[in-house]
Design a protein around this ligand. Structure first.
Ligand code: PBG
Length: 325
């Protein structure tokens, strides 16, 4: 039944027609806005490689979150940038740590906003790795208890969702057990399940001051060449109790998003990471691409691939654009 009987262009003749048959819709409700919080008061420090993104102290963060809430973005994910680091990363689970204070302040002021926290050690350790270092290696099992303690401290502060991004084996199970033992049955886990050792995290490491001081993250984050392995990571995390699984980065990994959604049919998050943001910002600043059009196309593609939600530094802008349309 080819041409002339079948004419796909019939369904593209007008905006009303295109809208009628549109398969994928991007909504403000799909978006999660990442924020960086640091010590002090009155702090707003721009992140050079991420125009429009700043590090905030807890007080200025509240004004930023107010803007996020005003445009209808349902959730934020908080990254801590502590003033002091040590070998063990002890700032990660401190009851009065920067993330814990930020969570309390945000939940008090905006109780309906979903507050997520990144659970990792890299911003808190002097060596900048995501786990405990023993004999120059990242020790998997010794890290689990610390991650669990960190997650519980976030839950105690009021986090709705904890998001482990360290890529240690077995961390979802350890975190779920610790949350349940502490009575936080309703705190959900969004696991960075298929997290690749990616060059696209460059600008984030400036923002979070979390660059590894020796070596790289390839002994724990995934090899970008692997797709089937992502399905194993996701299967394990779901078995261990993950409520939402994430693929990160997003743009260069749409095939992974697609495979994960197709295989497991569980909530999938895509992380539109710092390097993806920086590339668009840089090209748009030169007038080489239309920022709004490119961003909407990219995020729509992530949803078309199978993502249910997207973590993106464009969340505020996208929600604003969608409102204007
Ligand atoms: C912490 C973490 C990273 C990102 C999110 N959580 C950096 C890394 O693994 O080096 C990257 C986010 C981004 O690039 O936007 N482990």
């Amino acid at each position: 039944m080819g041409f002339p009987v079948t004419r796909p262009r019939r369904l593209r003749v007008s905006e009303a027609m295109r809208r009628l048959v549109r398969e994928t819709e991007l909504n403000a409700g799909d978006l999660i806005y990442p924020v960086f919080v640091t010590e002090g008061t009155g702090v707003v420090v721009p992140v050079e490689a991420m125009p429009g993104v700043n590090r905030f102290s807890v007080d200025t963060l509240l004004s930023e979150v107010e803007r996020v809430v005003a445009v209808g973005v349902p959730g934020i994910i908080i990254f801590g940038v502590p003033a002091e680091k040590d070998e063990a990363g002890s700032g990660a689970w401190a009851a009065d740590g920067v993330v814990q204070r930020a969570v309390r302040a945000v939940k008090e002021r905006f109780p309906d906003l979903l507050v997520m926290t990144d659970v990792c050690l890299c911003a808190y350790t002097s060596h900048g790795h995501c786990g405990v270092v023993q004999q120059g290696r990242i020790a998997n099992d010794a890290t689990l208890e610390i991650l669990a303690r960190t997650a519980v401290s976030h839950a105690r502060a009021g986090a709705d969702i904890v998001a482990p991004s360290d890529m240690m084996d077995g961390r979802v199970k350890a975190i779920r057990a610790a949350l349940d033992a502490a009575g936080y049955h309703e705190v959900a886990i969004m696991a960075y399940s298929a997290k690749y050792a990616s060059a696209f995290y460059g600008p984030f490491r400036e923002a979070a001051d979390s660059r590894p001081q020796f070596g790289d993250r390839r002994s724990y984050q995934m090899d970008p060449a692997n797709g089937a392995e992502a399905l194993l990571e996701v299967a394990l995390d779901l078995e261990e109790g993950a409520d939402i699984v994430m693929v990160k980065p997003a743009l260069a990994y749409l095939d992974v998003i697609y495979r994960v959604k197709k295989r497991f049919q569980r909530p999938v998050a895509a992380y539109n990471v710092s390097g993806e943001y920086a590339m668009v910002k840089a090209a748009a600043a030169h007038g080489w691409v239309d920022e709004q059009a490119v961003v909407l196309e990219m995020l729509t593609a992530m949803k078309r691939a199978g993502a249910d939600m997207i973590l993106t530094y464009f969340a505020k802008d996208v929600a604003t654009w969608l409102k204007e349309k």
